[in-house]
Design a protein around this ligand. Sequence first.
Ligand code: NDP
Ligand code: 8X3
Length: 256
Amino acid sequence: MGRLQNKIVFITGASSGIGKASAYAFAAEGADLILAARRIEKLNEIENELKKKFKVDVLTIQLDVRNKKDVKKAITSLSGKWRSIDILLNNAGLAKGMSKIYEGDTEHWDEMIDTNVKGLLYVSREIIPLMVERMQGHVINLGSIAGYEVYPNGNVYCASKFAVNGISKAMRLDLYDKNIRVTSIDPGMVETEFSEVRFSGDKEKAKKVYDGWTPLSGEDIADTILWCALRPAHINISEVIIMGTAQGSTTLLNRK
Ligand code: NDP
Ligand code: 8X3
């Protein structure tokens, strides 16, 4: 019997990378899942696999977290047991481009801030009240090492993750007396679709980021997220900074 039987986990950005790996990790512990992302066909494939392999209930929602109205509609229309969300994994996020602040693409800036900051807030605003009502829950936010350390040409992405860092700290102040845990998971480089998205589909350029060293995998982060979720109820893991052994900082990599 899984340790999260009868628990409900809501994951944003579950169609790929860390979110997808987390869906598998939570399902393996028996949790029922609400999976949200824009690419519904990917979510549907994951749903089928999870149901078959782990016999858990899965609900998929096509959702762009940037759309405040859609976020509200998706969450207010949840019914029955699906309203009793135990764990919210605020994972949807992305980087777009790398450039000097005076040369940045403002469309990229909007996309990063709207997704990483405003999207996370919209989803949280709808789900946390359901947790407060039940006086239980766990919010897990995907921050980044980029929320502690700025690197050259990372300006707006880093700023968006500094914002997530601040939001996680603020959530903890607002929720510690509501029996709701808040965890910030802050990885260094993880090999997912992240770099491909950052470099607008340039697979070669994306691959180079991970060449010559062993980066973290989505599964490594999912394992850490699950570990936080499985701590006894009186323990809140506030922040986890996790990097590959060959990563010394946002800019230092021990490539072979
Ligand atoms: P991926 O690109 O593999 O996954 C990103 C996920 O976010 C996808 O499922 C994507 O789904 C979803 N997403 C993006 N935009 C939206 C949106 N507007 N609405 C809903 N879902 C959206 O990258 P990762 O798994 O690496 O990234 C996950 C999180 O981890 C991000 O917040 C990222 O900033 C953070 N992170 C990543 C690190 C890394 O090096 N990879 C390191 C530190 C933190 P879809 O396109 O289907 O909507
Ligand atoms: C992703 C990690 O260092 O590429 O948040 O910005 S980094």
